[in-house]
Design a binder for this molecule. Structure first.
Ligand code: SF4
Length: 290
């Protein structure tokens, strides 16, 4: 059995930058907190905790300690609240997310209704909507476009959660235009997709076409990891999304010649190495037993 790694996968520059900034701050100034998980990956969160970076869920749990804004970014309301608490802030918002936030703010100020194609519960999307200051709406699925409020302004701007696939964003915009054309006087589409994500998706797609099984590694809460798995499944190949090597079921490998491995942007190299090592052990052991 051949095990092939995608040519592009794992930690993106935005996550690497955020983790480095937090580690550096903890080294220099002592323990700090993050508002929510740094990345949607339990192994990374645990390693950071050992270095003095603790996740808190709410502002009132900060207790005067320095706080890091994660790579997903936050809305201006959270920045104002941190200012009132008067605690040191380490802002690790990914520059690509900052660009989305700036577009949301600018377009809302220019009178557009800002539609964000993304999960309304996702941290990045909530933050971007915050910058639209009440003029934004998140839509998770193109089918939900049929239920847009009737009183939406006729000038519409569309952004995407950074980790969506190009194909889904294009389909979303097409559907929006087709279903609301008579009510839209101006449509602005800003490509806020992340290059790191689209490059990883393209690499996963290429690999999925060459193998008979795909293993996608990353946190279950990680949007970009889930989208990688979607891309692979769309190629018709059996795909399993796992967080750790322990989840690999030997039955998956029965009769496989080529197994592809890819990982989300929040998945550290050691997770990938563990999975590949486990697959190699299973391949060396021969026909797997369930
Ligand atoms: S996936 Fe893209 S947008 Fe998200 S943190 Fe990484 S580089 Fe930034």
């Amino acid at each position: 059995m051949e095990i092939i790694r995608a040519r592009d996968m794992g930690f993106c520059f935005g996550v690497r930058r955020a983790v480095d900034m937090m580690e550096e701050s903890a080294r220099q100034s002592g323990p700090l907190t993050t508002l929510g998980s740094t990345v949607h990956n339990r192994q990374v969160v645990e390693k950071l905790r050992q270095k003095g970076v603790e996740v808190v869920a709410k502002l009132d749990e900060i207790e005067g300690r320095p706080v890091a804004i994660t790579a997903h970014g936050v809305g201006p309301q959270v920045i104002d609240a941190l200012g009132r608490l008067d605690v040191p802030v380490v802002d690790t918002t990914c520059p690509i997310v900052t660009r989305s936030q700036q577009w949301a703010k600018r377009l809302a100020e220019e009178g557009f209704a800002v539609i964000v194609f993304g999960d309304p519960e996702h941290k990045e999307v909530r933050g971007v909507l915050g910058w639209a200051a009440g003029h934004g709406i998140a839509i998770a699925d193109e089918a939900d476009l049929d239920h847009l409020p009737d009183d939406l302004p006729s000038r519409i701007a569309v952004l995407s959660q950074t980790t969506h696939t190009e194909a889904r964003f294009a389909a979303f915009v097409r559907h929006l235009f087709e279903t609301r054309m008579e009510r839209i006087s101006e449509l602005r589409v800003i490509n806020t997709l992340c290059n790191a994500t689209t490059s990883q998706q393209a690499a996963a797609q290429d690999l999925a076409r060459q193998v008979d099984l795909m293993i996608v590694i990353g946190g279950r809460e990680s949007a970009n990891t889930r989208h990688l798995a979607e891309v692979c499944r769309e190629e018709g190949v059996e795909t399993h999304h796992i967080e750790t090597a322990d989840e690999i079921d030997p039955v998956w490998l029965q009769g496989r010649q080529r197994v592809g491995v890819t990982a989300g942007a929040s998945t550290p190299d050691f997770s990938v190495d563990e999975v590949v090592a486990r697959l190699e052990e299973m391949a060396a052991a021969g026909a797997p037993a369930s």
